[in-house]
Design a protein around this ligand. Sequence first.
Ligand code: AMP
Length: 328
Amino acid sequence: MNHEILTAITEKIRSYDSIMIFRHIRMDGDCVGASKGLREILSLTYPEKTVRIVDAQKSEYLGFLPADEAEAADEDYRKALAIVVDTADRDRISNQKYALCREVIKIDHHIPVDAYGVLNWVDEDCPSACEMIAALYDYNRIEWKISPLAATYIYMGMVTDTGRFRFGGINGRTMRLAGMLLDQGIDTETLYAQLYLKDYESLKFRAYVYEHMERTPGGAAYIYVDRKMQEDFGLSFEAACNVISYLEGIRDCLCWLAFIEGEHPEDGTRVRLRSRFMTINHLAERHHGGGHACASGATVYSREEAEQLVREADEAVRKYKEENTGWM
Ligand code: AMP
């Protein structure tokens, strides 16, 4: 743990009356948990400061969480310190008005793309941005305050970004920080119910996916979810994107991909890529994307490009299997 950067971030926070917290587009549990958890901690610790999250984007999946703040005026941004969590590059920050802020701090666990902050705390080995927020709180625990709600936000992000503490990268510190959060009084039964409950219709879609998914001879599983499928099953785009999780855990399929057509064909088709053991971010980088070693995103602009990406995934899995043992 680099204490210098933690001290520098803490001092910067102390020196501002107004703090605005930002996250990435297509929000997920980690960026929402990190932003809301940090907001809560700072509001409790510094009641005299204004701490805000202004983000027009919404998530159905995380709709059970309290809403963010409403709009802010440009002059509010100009006097604020921006803290951007869980976002590797500035283009993916969901509220681009962050750039109006007086200074920017970046807190992220992705492979670094832009060092867009005056302070950049990037820990690629950390399995979630929420764990970084938990560590920042823990570093300041004598001065900073926390509540069950703040702990719940941060714990929720740790849980969702680590596949419920299953993915590589989690270690003793992850569990110690999670334990520290649990000690604040998290209602885990309600939290897990909110994370796991499914609509009846979405299970029909899942059944359809299992009927129609495909796999390459090398061991890449994939599904293409076109607009018609989304309309037939009454799915929002966000719900359709969850399809990636259905393909997880197929024996011998070390890589899995979901192609989800958006409303505007000219914006391309979203691709979500996941893998076990092998690294796949290089595949995403060839198709307008990037991400983590085993979880990446990309965009393809035609059915042919989608097929090409599947071939590349097939080749990467074959190569991995040839060169490694112990995979399943
Ligand atoms: P997703 O499947 O969209 O949840 O993406 C998985 C991971 O890849 C996330 O950590 C994203 O931040 C990252 N990612 C997704 N799309 C892109 C992109 N176009 N460029 C860089 N990173 C991405």
